[in-house]
Design a protein around this ligand. Structure first.
Ligand code: 5GP
Ligand code: ZN
Length: 112
């Protein structure tokens, strides 16, 4: 298995867990871009949002059901931002679908 986030899910690489359930794992980003920066990922390996389909979308809906729980666990009651980068132009560096949950301050309006 060569995927970094599959290794994190398997516990082969340590991570700071924030939340987990049967289909989802969430952990702190190693290089935070905001006071709170959590990555929420499906346990199922999906390369990116561009690879979501009818077979794997149950994992994606599970991620979105988990995000409010992650936000509550992190004290993000004043709001937050959810981002997923896709491919080269999206600057996706890890090819396992992940949603950045950012907050803990008023975030900049500009998203690129
Ligand atoms: P991307 O650039 O693909 O959208 O986001 C990948 C994210 O994974 C980056 O924000 C990066 O800091 C984070 N990251 C990369 N390697 C590790 C790691 O080993 N552990 C953790 N917790 N985060 C990582
Ligand atoms: Zn993976």
């Amino acid at each position: 298995m060569s995927c970094l986030f599959c290794k994190i899910i398997a516990g082969e690489i340590p991570s700071a867990k924030v939340y987990e359930d049967e289909k989802v794992y969430a952990f702190k980003d190693i290089n935070p871009q905001a006071p709170i920066h959590v990555l929420v990922i499906p346990r199922e390996h999906i390369e990116s949002a561009d690879c979501v389909n009818a077979e794997n979308s149950v994992s994606v809906s599970a991620v979105f059901e988990a995000i409010p729980k992650v936000a509550a666990a992190c004290g993000l009651e004043n709001g937050y931002r959810v981002i997923t980068n896709v491919g080269e132009d999206g600057c996706q560096s890890v090819k396992h679908l992940h949603f950045h949950v950012l907050g803990g301050k008023k975030l900049p309006e500009n998203m690129g």
